[in-house]
Ligand binder design. Structure first.
Ligand code: SF4
Length: 488
């Protein structure tokens, strides 16, 4: 019988007028109220899952092969997200647990996976982290890894630090933190020597998808003549250059440097919320000074970092950095009128949000909606205090544990001029008819932004150039003929 003879009504068929009605309704205050009353569903959260953050750390040490204990699909998601963001291969292996592993436990998968991965890829370290499935069934990684070594599937001396990274309890920043702590615990074991000081700075950038930022930190240390070890350094791993030869282990923090960092002169973490547990361990075990600084977005926060480095290492601020600062202040003055008084929405990770908001306040821009998909009341308190510190922060609301569908409701009912966030915010931006300024992770729909630093004086220039020029583009594209000016 032909399709024409049987007239089927599709269950999801709606008339054009119904569709228009709903389109209008989802932009209303009434819908916003219902949207904010939702409790059992998350739509488009501005974060990724725990093991993805663990993988960023696991891959950032020299010769280190990240090892996913769990499902193949999860491992593909981590790899593909990194590959899309950095446009580079993201090597990681997985023991591909399936139904039998879920029933009987994943020890056999781990045994086979570790043995094969070591035989094939000869890593110097294999950090293991979990997906949700082995966490739900309660796999005991301590015992499994010990057993694998006892059965000589991998050498006894091979470092296999592990982190439990259940995604139903945390995000990529928590996975980053758990894995970094575990790697440092493993590599620094028995390395502490009383009275010994490497004279070096341990610099922890925190979860940061911008390799340009990491290089900016290193450049600042080199300009100040401060010896450093970056923990963990993903810059050359995820931005290794193209010389015709694939390198499985391209860059990363040297294992020996990481092992001796326990005897460092000072340790600075630049992300409070993505290194909270790591810093607890460092505070208890490491020698030297320990500091948690804000991400150096904008001039004020960059000044704070440079002055702290100068104080800790008794080094003067070099002329080159003073000149960079002057250039940043000049660039901010030149672009000031294009950002001053503009309203922004911002979504992202806690440390990034604090940095971006601080930069906006410095420029006289108005952060209006700040949204973090997973944060504590402590973070909200810190954000509120930052907003209260400036007249430009007045009237801004910080939303925690809300998603980008909530953000969409905010944008259409209480409009702003632009939104700052990662690629996931593009739907909300499109529905609200405002530009999205891509700062954060992941950025998978534009190229090379991960190479352009947003921290330090240079980062301040890059951010304000991107934002001011976009507003000028919009003006040129939308103004009437009589306002189409040569000079802006
Ligand atoms: S949330 Fe859990 S199941 Fe989903 S990709 Fe992450 S680890 Fe896998």
């Amino acid at each position: 019988m032909s399709e024409a003879a049987v007239k089927l009504k599709k269950v999801t068929e709606h008339s054009p007028s119904e569709i228009e009605k709903v389109k209008e309704w989802i932009n209303s205050e009434d819908y916003k109220e219902k949207n904010f009353a939702r409790t059992a569903l998350v739509v488009n959260p501005a974060h990724a899952c725990q093991p993805l953050g663990a993988q960023m750390v696991a891959t950032s040490f020299e010769g280190s092969l990240p090892f996913v204990h769990g499902s193949q699909g999860c491992a593909s998601y981590f790899r593909s997200t990194f590959s899309r963001h950095y446009r580079e291969p993201a090597a990681a292996t997985c023991d591909a647990m399936t139904e039998d592993g879920a029933v009987f436990g994943g020890q056999n998968n781990l045994f086979e996976g570790l043995e094969n991965a070591y035989a094939l890829y000869k890593p110097k370290m294999m950090p293991v982290y979990t997906t949700c499935m082995p966490e739900v069934i309660g796999d005991d990684l301590t015992a499994f890894i010990k057993n694998a070594k006892q059965k000589e599937m991998v050498p006894e001396e091979l470092p296999i630090p592990y982190a439990n990274t259940p995604s139903f309890n945390g995000t990529h920043i928590h996975g980053y933190d758990a894995m970094l702590r575990s790697i440092l615990q493993d590599l620094t074991q028995d390395q502490k020597i009383e009275g010994k000081c490497t004279g070096k700075l341990n610099l922890i950038p925190g979860f940061d998808g911008n390799v340009g930022n990491l290089r900016e930190y290193k450049r600042i240390c080199e300009l100040m003549d401060i010896p450093y070890t970056m923990l963990a350094d993903s810059s050359d791993v995820f931005d290794s250059g193209c010389d015709g030869e694939y390198k499985l282990y391209a860059g990363g923090t040297k294992i020996e440097d990481a092992a001796e960092c326990i005897n460092g002169k000072a340790t600075i973490s630049l992300q409070k919320y993505s290194t909270a547990n790591t810093m607890k361990f460092i505070n208890a075990e490491f020698s030297g000074d320990k500091e948690v600084m804000p991400l150096p977005f904008g001039v004020k926060k960059t000044d704070e970092l440079i002055l702290k480095l100068s104080e800790l290492f008794d080094k003067p601020v070099p002329e080159a950095l003073k000149k960079e600062r002057a250039l940043a202040v000049d660039a901010m003055t030149d672009a000031h009128q294009y950002l001053h008084g503009r309203k922004f929405a911002v979504a992202g990770d806690p440390d990034y949000l604090l940095g971006i908001v601080s930069f906006l306040l410095e420029m006289g821009a108005i952060p209006h909606h700040v949204l973090c998909s997973r944060a504590t009341k402590k973070f909200k308190k810190e954000m509120d205090a930052l907003l209260e510190s400036s007249p430009f922060g007045e009237g801004c609301t910080c939303y925690i544990n809300k998603d980008l569908w909530h953000m969409r409701s905010l944008l259409v009912t209480d409009p702003v001029d632009g939104i700052i966030g990662d690629t996931h915010a593009k739907w909300a931006a499109r529905d609200a008819g405002i530009p999205l300024f891509r700062i954060g992770f992941p950025i998978i729909d534009r190229v090379n932004l991960h190479r352009s630093p947003v921290v330090g004086y240079q980062g301040a220039i890059n951010m304000l150039t991107m934002i001011a020029n976009k507003f000028l583009d919009i003006k040129d594209e939308t103004c009437e003929d009589q306002w189409f000016e040569m000079m802006r």
